[in-house]
Structure formats: structure tokens, C-alpha cells
Design a protein around this ligand. Structure first.
Ligand code: SAM
Length: 235
């Protein structure tokens, strides 16, 4: 039996590419976005009452990871990218039906859009449903996951003087907590675990409309080199 689903809205996110997005929500509280609702959900009726809720579950499509042949085993980056486990034991993006779920902070509700933060969602992510977080049912103090017991260990993020100045300037222009966003995301160490970070090697990712470039002066330290307006990329 086949069912078809259609998006109720799309996320406009600070994340314009997959690289450097945190692996789960809440890891970067400064990661903000707007969920723009589509008709007929954009008139206020569908979100009436949501202002009483601090967090929502978003069910969405991993639209940039959809595959026609389902994978049964995956290599989670969390396990260093070299151990295979069953897809249903993980939150991998490549999964049957390509459905993701994230709990995000709900900062403001308007009739046709929700302002959200702590997101781990790519710009343009199609959202299939929104559900209120219910603390008494969703927060389970005795829950365990031995494969992902704790949040990832954070690494140190340093700034060059010019990088810091540029980040302040771009943050003011955007009216967004850009420094916090960069620090929170880079502290998760976005580099693939198998890659040895040579100090000469440059890494980069786009946040909002700025390109951030960094390197690893030491294996457990990131230094932000540049925060500059992004060059337009092919869509
Ligand atoms: N919290 C969700 C879940 O558990 O279903 C997502 C977890 S998944 C491991 C998080 C990663 O998904 C992010 O680091 C990002 O690279 C990727 N991602 C986010 N939005 C995406 C999208 N629309 N399409 C493909 N990949 C996406």
C-alpha cells in the first residue's frame, strides 16, 4: 500500500549546506529559522494555541538525501564512520521514506509562520507535520542509548582578530547571533572523523549569507580565519 504526503510548509534556515549543521537539534541554540506555512495552513487557524507551547516536534523530509533503494545498514558519523549498524538503530539521513524528526524551540508564532531555533535543518527542508512537545510524555528520565549516550565532546574555537571583526560586522548587518552560531556549530567539530586535519587545510561552510572559513592549528582546536559575504552558488 502506498500513501502520499505533502509538505505543510518549508523551513528557511541559517544552514545553506549540510556540512557543519549539528547532528541533532538543541546543540546550537543560536541556529534559527522560520517555518513558512503553506495554504490552507497559513491563515492562523492551524496554529491557534501553539503560543502556549515552548517546543515543537517537526516531522520533515531529508529532501537532500532521498534514495530509491532503502539502506538496511549505515555508518553513523557518531561511531567514527567505520562501524555499520542497522538503519533503525540510528538517526541517519539516508533511511526508508527519508523522514526526519527534530524537537525545536518555538520562539514566536504568527498566522503564516513559526520562528524556531536550536534547529538542525537545511534551508528548504519540507515539513510534513508539527506537534507540540509534551514534557510529561516526551521527557523520559530513565531512557538510555548506549550508542549515543552523551552529546558530542566540544572542541575549542578560536578567532583571528580579523575573523572576529568580520563576524561582528556581519552579525550586525544580519541582526542575528552569528558569532554564537559559528562557535556553537564549529565546537561540534564538523570534520569527518576519519579525516586528519592538517593545519594547512582550509575548511568552509555557509551560514545565512556568509562564508565562514577555518582551519585546525591543532587536532582539537579550530581557528576561524574569515567571515565574508558568500559568493553566489549554483542552485
Ligand atoms: N534530528 C533529526 C532526526 O533525528 O531525524 C535529524 C538528524 S540528522 C543526523 C542531522 C543531519 O541531517 C544534519 O547534520 C544535516 O547535515 C542533515 N540534514 C538536515 N536537513 C536535511 C535535509 N533537508 N536533507 C538532507 N539532510 C539534511
Amino acid at each position: 500500500m502506498q500513501h502520499s504526503v505533502s509538505p505543510i510548509g518549508y523551513v528557511r534556515s541559517c544552514f545553506k549546506e549540510k556540512f557543519a549543521i549539528p547532528r541533532q537539534p538543541s546543540l546550537a541554540p543560536a541556529a534559527r529559522g522560520v517555518l513558512e506555512l503553506l495554504p490552507p495552513f497559513d491563515k492562523g487557524d492551524a496554529v491557534a494555541g501553539l503560543e502556549q507551547v515552548s517546543h515543537v516536534w517537526l516531522l520533515f523530509l531529508f529532501h537532500q538525501a532521498l534514495e530509491s533503494t532503502p539502506r538496511l545498514k549505515v555508518r553513523p558519523p557518531r561511531l567514527g564512520g567505520n562501524r555499520m549498524v542497522g538503519v533503525f538503530a540510528t538517526r541517519a539521513t539516508h533511511r526508508p521514506n527519508g523522514i526526519g524528526q527534530s524537537v525545536v524551540r518555538l520562539d514566536r508564532v504568527e498566522a503564516d509562520r513559526l520562528f524556531i531555533s536550536g534547529i538542525d535543518l537545511l534551508d528548504g527542508t519540507p515539513v510534513l507535520d508539527i506537534k507540540p512537545y509534551v514534557p510529561y510524555a516526551d521527557a523520559l528520565p530513565d531512557a538510555r542509548n548506549d550508542m549515543a549516550a552523551d552529546a558530542p565532546t566540544l572542541i575549542e574555537v578560536q578567532w583571528t582578530e580579523s575573523g572576529l571583526l568580520q563576524a561582528h560586522r556581519e552579525a550586525l548587518r544580519l541582526g542575528e547571533p552569528l558569532l554564537e552560531l559559528i562557535e556553537q556549530c564549529l565546537a561540534q567539530d564538523p570534520r569527518p572523523a576519519y579525516q586528519k586535519p592538517e593545519p594547512e587545510r582550509r575548511y568552509g561552510a555557509q551560514f545565512w549569507d556568509v562564508d565562514v572559513r577555518w582551519h585546525y592549528p591543532a587536532p582539537d582546536t579550530i581557528r576561524v580565519l574569515e567571515v565574508i559575504p558568500a559568493t553566489p552558488r549554483p542552485t
